[in-house]
Design a protein around this ligand. Structure first.
Ligand code: M6R
Length: 363
């Protein structure tokens, strides 16, 4: 039940600090990944894995896109990510020793399941990261890692996404160990994961401040979301949330692509949201933000402490300081809250947006 919350979506956003604890429970020690979490036979499969093919839809696809950055960066393993509806209908090459990874909240998404069935006997093994025990994807995959987020009722996926990211980070560690990840680096990442519930709580507490931002969007017809690196898929997820529940057209771009077309759209009626943590790409992103400002675009930037100064036409929402590896997880929360409040202002059916179903079991 919704309890004190007006909508399931808001309740599920607020549950995130708790449910990530459930995702981590029994899967990490103080300093290490506990690999048994992936079940019997997983270690032998990981030993042989040479690349990862990720397949998913919607929000789960965005989680997969973030995992690609992690897998190639931390584990040095090639990773391809594709939406299931494309993958299943094209002739694809499956390199030897490919681990096939599906990501799904429901475990019943028709295209994802069909892609798994199609590829099953061409791959080294299949793994699903899934939230529903006993679902079709869990039953039909060789290995599964449950996200343990609890039932997600809102059609807009929130806590399923952040727990998928946690599970994907654990998966990254499992492969990275086999490609020279030092114990010290593993301990550092695991240490960061132990801090995650607290950091998510700090992000959820920005709620009132984000609600006040939402007024600037409710009357607009379009919004652009920008990010770089693993924050680009976070921007995509922010745009999907806004479209899905507030019916405002939203698009996400990797900020470096602005000049290659979308900058032509920017004017005072096109608010631009940027996720801008203090990482190696911040200076590049700042330059992109200046390009937007120069065209009269109104900017809303989610940034770490004091790295971007507010000015006329540029509002900064200050985020807690976050270990770099956790940035995609923590920076997702304010975008969920933003779309939620915009939808409430617009009076749409937040938990059951028009034309959409929670689980897409037909193609
Ligand atoms: O259950 P799944 O994770 O396989 O669902 C995939 C998409 O249908 C789902 O993420 C959809 O995009 C959400 N409504 C987004 O909020």
């Amino acid at each position: 039940e919704k309890g004190e919350f007006r909508h399931f979506m808001l309740k599920e956003i607020y549950e995130q600090p708790e449910v990530v604890k459930a995702t981590l429970q029994g899967r990490i020690s103080a300093t290490k990944l506990l690999e048994q979490a992936f079940g019997n036979g997983a270690s032998a499969i990981f030993d042989q894995t040479k690349q990862v093919q990720i397949i998913a839809c919607g929000t789960s696809y965005h989680a997969g896109m973030i995992a690609k950055y992690w897998l190639e960066d931390i584990a040095g393993i090639p990773c391809a990510v594709e939406v299931a509806s494309e993958y299943r209908y094209r002739k694809h090459v499956v390199p030897e020793n490919t681990l096939f990874l599906t990501i799904s909240q429901s475990g019943e998404t028709a295209d994802t399941l069909a892609a798994l069935r199609e590829v099953q006997d061409k791959v080294l093994a299949s793994l699903t990261i899934c939230n529903v025990p006993g679902s079709s994807l869990v039953r039909e995959s060789d290995l599964s890692l449950m996200t343990n987020a609890g039932p997600e009722i809102g059609v807009a996926s929130t806590k399923a996404f952040t727990t998928q990211l946690v599970a994907l980070l654990l998966f990254t560690l499992a492969l990275a160990r086999r490609s020279g990840l030092s114990e010290a680096r593993e301990a550092e990442i695991v240490g960061a994961l132990h801090q995650l519930p607290e950091l998510l709580l700090a992000a959820v507490k920005l709620d009132a401040s984000i609600e006040s931002l939402s007024r600037a969007f409710a009357e607009k017809n379009h919004t652009l979301f920008l990010g770089r690196g693993p924050l680009y898929p976070v921007a995509m997820e922010g745009a999907l949330k806004l479209k899905e529940i507030s019916y405002i057209h939203a698009e996400a771009y990797p900020a470096g692509e602005l000049k290659h077309g979308p900058l032509a759209l920017v004017d005072k009626d096109m608010p631009v949201v940027a996720v801008a943590p203090n990482n190696a790409l911040l200076d590049k992103l700042k330059a992109n933000l200046q390009e937007v400002k120069a065209r009269g675009g109104e900017l809303f930037v989610f940034a770490g402490a004091d790295h971007i100064k507010p000015e006329e036409g540029l509002r900064v929402e200050q985020m807690p300081d976050v270990p770099e590896i956790l940035e995609p997880i923590v920076y997702t929360v304010p975008l969920q809250l933003l779309s939620y409040h915009v939808a409430v202002l617009k009076g749409t059916d937040v938990d059951q947006p028009r034309n959409l179903a929670k689980s897409v079991t037909v193609e």
